[in-house]
Design a protein around this ligand. Structure first.
Ligand code: AP5
Ligand code: MG
Length: 215
């Protein structure tokens, strides 16, 4: 199964992708995570992406599509893919079609997380992750069971993203409205779009996604 999780910054794409990975042994392909890894490693891609990401603008289509192709090539043919934060432009949507086609994969679902943008700044500015395994948490909505200790790997080190400040978040949302939301009709015509209320509790959102996947 190959699915796209679509929604503005803070909609819960990463949170829900992690749950799908745990439940179905699928692979999360997050271009944001791949770009952040490139920035940390100081690769040419990372050097090019760093300032763009800090402004909240979009990195070039060619860079992100090539990252996605490489990641798919590193996966077993039977492993399902969850596209998280990709595609984000009409050009990327076209590239994804060719990338999947070349690998004998088809897109099964595009799941749009519908959210109230005003609530998202709060969500994003309270978010942090385990520095060791990457599990996501939130100051108000998703705390570790033992304070200061990661539920998944036991690490006590956590980190926050440099682009998680209000000004950058507003730019990221504007980019979403201008460039990403307009790609939905491409998938509507194929009859593969489903919508989920992303304002519900995390478990309820997961249950709604599971119902879509079961058909
Ligand atoms: P990216 O990393 O993809 O960021 P984003 O799209 O802005 O989305 P986020 O990761 O901020 O939000 P999310 O939907 O994953 O929410 P999360 O689950 O964490 O991209 C970053 C940058 O990289 C871009 O700005 C761009 O520069 C570049 N980039 C990446 N991909 C690109 C591409 N394809 N093309 C060009 N450039 C690209 O949830 C947020 C918080 O809310 C968490 O703390 C979570 O615990 C909490 N939460 C989640 N769900 C709920 C719920 N239902 N109720 C309450 N709290 C919840
Ligand atoms: Mg994310």
């Amino acid at each position: 199964m190959n699915i796209i999780l679509l929604g503005p910054p803070g909609a819960g794409k990463g949170t829900q992708a992690q749950r799908l990975v745990d439940a179905h042994a699928m692979r999360q392909l997050s271009t944001g995570d791949m770009l952040r890894a490139a920035v940390r490693a100081g690769t040419p891609t990372g050097l090019e992406a760093k300032a763009v990401m800090e402004r909240g603008e979009l990195v070039s289509d060619a860079i992100v599509s090539s990252l996605i192709g490489e990641e798919l090539d590193s996966m077993g043919a039977d492993t399902g893919a969850i596209f998280d934060g990709y595609p984000r432009t009409a050009e990327q949507a076209r590239s994804l079609d060719s990338i999947l086609d070349a690998r004998g994969r088809t897109l099964d679902h595009v799941i749009e997380l519908e959210v109230n943008e005003d609530a998202l700044v709060d969500r994003i500015c309270g978010r942090y992750t385990c520095a060791s395994c990457g599990k996501g948490y939130h100051d108000k909505f998703e705390l570790p069971q033992v304070p200061g200790v990661c539920d998944k790997c036991g690490s006590t080190e956590f980190k926050r993203r440099p682009d998680d400040n209000e000004e950058t978040v507003r730019t990221r949302m504007a980019e979403y409205r201008a460039k990403t939301a307009p790609i939905l009709p491409i998938y509507e015509t194929r009859g593969i779009v489903s919508r989920v209320n992303g304002m519900e509790e995390i478990d309820h959102v997961s249950a709604a996604i599971e119902a879509i996947l079961k058909g």
